[in-house]
Design a protein around this ligand. Structure first.
Ligand code: NAD
Length: 580
C-alpha cells in the first residue's frame, strides 16, 4: 500500500518505494559529478526543518568574488509521513517553512531553479558524496508534567541515530558540523563515541572531523539574515575539526561584519547556547511576579517597562506575553539540567533559577484563562459555554510558528473550563498541535495530557477572516502582537461581535484610549500586567454619571443642544451601568 505525506496546504506526495532509492542515488551521483567538475564543495544538510531548510539555501547561495557558486547543497530529510512532503516541495523551489521574511522564498527559488545549487533527497546514501555534513535534526526535551521541568528528559534518539548513519556513510575526512542545540557535552561524550565506534567497525583509524556551532536563527522578519548575517560561535573536537569548521563558517556566514567566536571545546559552544537562552527565559520569567503585582495594585506594567527601558543599561527588559513559547526557550535550560546529571554524572542540585524560570514561563498562560473568566463574570456571563475568540496562535508576533505558544495553553485551559474556542491567525493555516494532537509535536509531547476534555479540539480550525471570527463572540483574547491586531478599532470590533464583549489584552496591545473606548462601549477589559484598567473603568463610569446629570439638568433636551458625548449616552451608548 502506498503511503502519503501531506503538505500544510494539503498537497499529497507518495512516500518513496524501496525500488526508488537506487534511481535517486544515481540522480544525485550525476549531479555531484557535474558540480565537482565545476569545483564546488558538496554540502549535505541533514534535517529540513525550520533551521535546516533555510541554512541549506544560505549555503547554496554562497559565491566567490566573481559571483560563481562555490557550494552544491543536498538537503536530506527523513521520508516520514509527517515530513516527506518537504523534499518534493523544496525540489520545486518552494520553501517548506512559511516565513514573514520574503527572502526565504526568494533564496530557495533562486538556488533550486536559477543557480541549480540546491536539491533535496530522502536517501542516506547521499552522505557518501559529502565534503561537509551539517546536522540540523531536532533534539527535544520531554516534560513529564506541566510546570516542572525537572521531571523530564532529553530526547536524543533522532540525533544519535543521525550520527550513527552519518558515520556509516561518510568519507572519514568529511567535516560533520552539529548545529542542533544539544545538552552540553553531547558532541564530545555522545556524538564522538558513536562515530568513533562506527569508524572502527569500518576499519577507519582516523578521528571523526566533528564540530559544533549552534544556530541563533529567528524565524521572522529577518529569518535569512539571522543565519547569514549574525554572530556565530564554534568549536571542534580536535585542532583539525576546529580549523575546518572555522574555514567553512567563514565561507558561508558574513563573519567579516559579524565576527566568529572560536572556543576551545565543543562543550563551551554547547553551553553558550544553553546559557544565552536560559538568560532570556529568566528575564522573562522574572517579570511574571511583577505582572501580578501590577494587576493587583493599579499599575500598568507596560508603562513601567517603557520607563525603565529609557536607561540604556536596562534596554533589554521585556514584557512577557501569555507564556514564553517557541521551540527553544522552553526546552534549552532543561537540556542543561539533564546534561549535568545524565552526561556528566553529578548528583547534587545546583540549578535553582534556570528550572524555576522555565516552570513560570510554562504556566503563565493559565492566568489568562482566569482573567477571561473574571471579565465574563463581571458581565454576568458564565465561562462554561461562552464563545471565545483567541487572536493569534503563534508563539510570537508576525511568524507562523505555533510551537509551545502561550495561546495553546490558553485554548486548552479554557476548553477544560467549558468554553467554546475559535482562533484567528493570519500566519497559520493549520494548528497541528490541535488538529493532530495525538501525534504532534510528537505522540508523547502533546500538552493535551495535562488537561481534561480536549478531544473536541481536533476539530479546531484557524479562521482566516477576522470579521467572521468575531461574529457573536463573548470574549476576545489578544494573545499575539501580530501587526494585524495593533490598530483594531474598538467600535469595529464590537460591531462585528454584535454587542459588548470581554476583551483580554495579553501583550500590551491596547493603549489607554482603546481601553477607554471599550469601556464606553460597555465591554469589560482585563490585561496581563495592566492594573490601571480599573482606573480607566472608574473614570468612564464617573464621566457617564456626570453626563447623565448634565442631560437631566437641561431644560430642553433637543438633540441639537446636546454634545456628541451626551448624545451617545442618551441614545443608549456607554452601556456601562453606574453600579459596575
Ligand atoms: N526553530 C528555531 O527557531 C531554532 C533556533 C535556533 C536553534 N534551533 C535548533 O535547531 C535544531 C533544529 O530545529 P528545527 O526548528 O529546525 O527543528 P525541526 O523539527 O523543524 O526540524 C528537524 C528536521 O530534522 C528531520 N530529521 C530528524 N531525524 C532525521 C534523520 N535521521 N535524517 C534526516 N532528517 C531527520 C525532521 O524530520 C525535521 O524535518 C534544534 O536543535 C533547535 O533547538 C532552532
Amino acid at each position: 500500500m502506498i503511503e502519503y505525506s501531506f503538505s500544510p496546504t494539503g498537497e499529497k506526495f507518495p512516500l518513496p518505494a524501496s525500488e526508488d532509492y537506487k534511481n535517486e542515488f544515481e540522480r544525485l551521483k550525476e549531479l555531484v559529478n557535474h558540480q565537482r567538475a565545476l569545483g564546488r564543495e558538496i554540502v549535505v544538510v541533514m534535517g529540513l526543518g525550520f533551521v535546516g531548510a533555510v541554512m541549506a539555501a544560505v549555503v547554496a547561495d554562497v559565491t566567490d568574488e566573481e559571483g560563481n557558486p562555490t557550494k552544491f547543497v543536498i538537503g536530506m530529510q527523513r521520508p516520514s509521513v509527517r515530513s516527506h512532503w518537504k523534499i518534493p516541495l523544496l525540489n520545486k523551489g518552494i520553501s517548506p517553512v512559511s516565513a514573514e521574511d520574503p527572502e526565504v522564498a526568494l533564496v530557495i527559488d533562486r538556488c533550486v531553479k536559477k543557480k541549480e545549487t540546491l536539491t533535496a533527497t530522502y536517501t542516506y546514501d547521499t552522505l557518501k558524496l559529502a565534503d561537509v555534513v551539517i546536522v540540523d535534526v531536532q533534539c527535544d526535551y520531554l516534560k513529564e508534567s506541566l510546570g516542572n521541568v525537572q521531571n523530564g528528559r532529553a530526547e536524543m534518539e533522532a540525533l544519535e541515530e543521525s550520527l550513527e548513519i552519518i558515520a556509516q556513510n561518510i568519507d572519514p575526512k568529511t567535516l560533520v558540523l552539529i548545529e542542533t542545540t544539544v545538552a552540553p557535552g553531547t558532541t564530545e561524550q555522545v556524538a564522538y563515541p558513536i562515530m568513533k565506534k562506527v569508524f572502527k567497525r569500518r576499519s577507519i583509524d582516523s578521528d571523526p572531523v566533528l564540530a559544533h556551532s549552534f544556530e541563533r536563527v529567528m524565524p521572522g522578519k529577518n529569518y535569512v539574515a539571522s543565519i547569514r548575517d549574525f554572530w556565530r560561535v564554534c568549536s571542534g573536537v580536535n585542532e583539525e575539526a576546529t580549523r575546518r569548521v572555522e574555514k567553512f563558517l567563514k565561507e558561508v556566514i558574513n563573519t567579516e561584519k559579524y565576527p566568529l567566536t572560536v572556543l576551545d571545546r565543543p562543550i563551551e559552544s554547547e553551553t553558550t547556547k544553553i546559557v544565552e537562552n536560559s538568560f532570556r527565559a529568566t528575564i522573562l520569567a522574572f517579570m511574571d511576579e511583577w505582572s501580578l503585582f501590577a494587576e493587583r495594585n493599579g499599575v500598568d506594567l507596560i508603562k513601567v517597562i517603557n520607563a525603565i527601558k529609557v536607561r540604556p543599561t536596562h534596554a533589554n527588559i521585556l514584557f512577557p506575553g501569555p507564556g514564553i513559547g517557541g521551540y527553544c526557550l522552553p526546552k534549552d535550560g532543561g537540556l542543561g539540567l539533564w546534561a549535568y546529571r545524565h552526561i556528566h554524572g553529578f548528583e547534587d542540585d545546583i540549578f535553582k533559577i534556570t528550572p524555576l524560570a522555565i516552570d513560570i514561563n510554562d504556566t503563565r498562560a493559565l492566568h489568562v484563562a482566569q482573567l477571561t473568566r473574571d471579565a465574563l463574570r463581571n458581565m454576568g456571563r458564565p465561562i462554561a459555554s461562552a464563545d471565545i475568540l483567541v487572536l493569534g496562535a503563534s508563539y510570537r508576533e508576525d511568524v507562523g510558528d505555533t510551537r509551545y505558544s502561550g495561546s495553546e495553553l490558553i485554548v486548552r485551559r479554557l476548553t477544560e473550563m467549558g468554553a467554546e474556542l475559535r482562533v484567528h491567525d493570519p500566519y497559520v493555516l493549520h494548528w497541528w498541535e490541535f488538529e493532530k494532537q495525538d501525534e504532534y509535536p510528537a505522540s508523547s509531547h502533546s500538552l493535551r495530557s495535562f488537561f481534561r476534555g480536549q478531544e473536541k479540539l481536533k476539530d479546531l480550525r484557524i479562521e482566516q477572516d477576522l470579521k467572521k471570527a468575531l461574529v457573536d463572540t463573548d470574549a476576545v483574547i489578544f494573545a499575539v502582537r501580530h501587526k494585524h491586531y495593533l490598530d483594531l478599532d474598538p467600535d469595529e470590533v464590537m460591531k462585528s461581535a454584535g454587542g459588548p464583549i470581554a476583551v483580554i489584552d495579553c501583550f500590551g496591545i491596547l493603549d489607554d484610549e482603546k481601553i477607554r473606548r471599550y469601556f464606553e462601549l460597555g465591554c469589560e477589559v482585563k490585561g496581563l500586567g495592566r492594573g490601571h484598567v480599573k482606573r480607566i473603568k472608574d473614570q468612564v463610569r464617573d464621566r457617564k454619571e456626570q453626563l447623565l446629570l448634565e442631560i437631566s439638568m437641561k431644560d430642553e433636551k433637543s438633540e441639537s443642544r446636546l454634545s456628541a458625548e451626551q448624545l451617545e449616552v442618551l441614545n443608549g451608548g456607554w452601556k456601562l451601568k453606574p453600579e459596575d
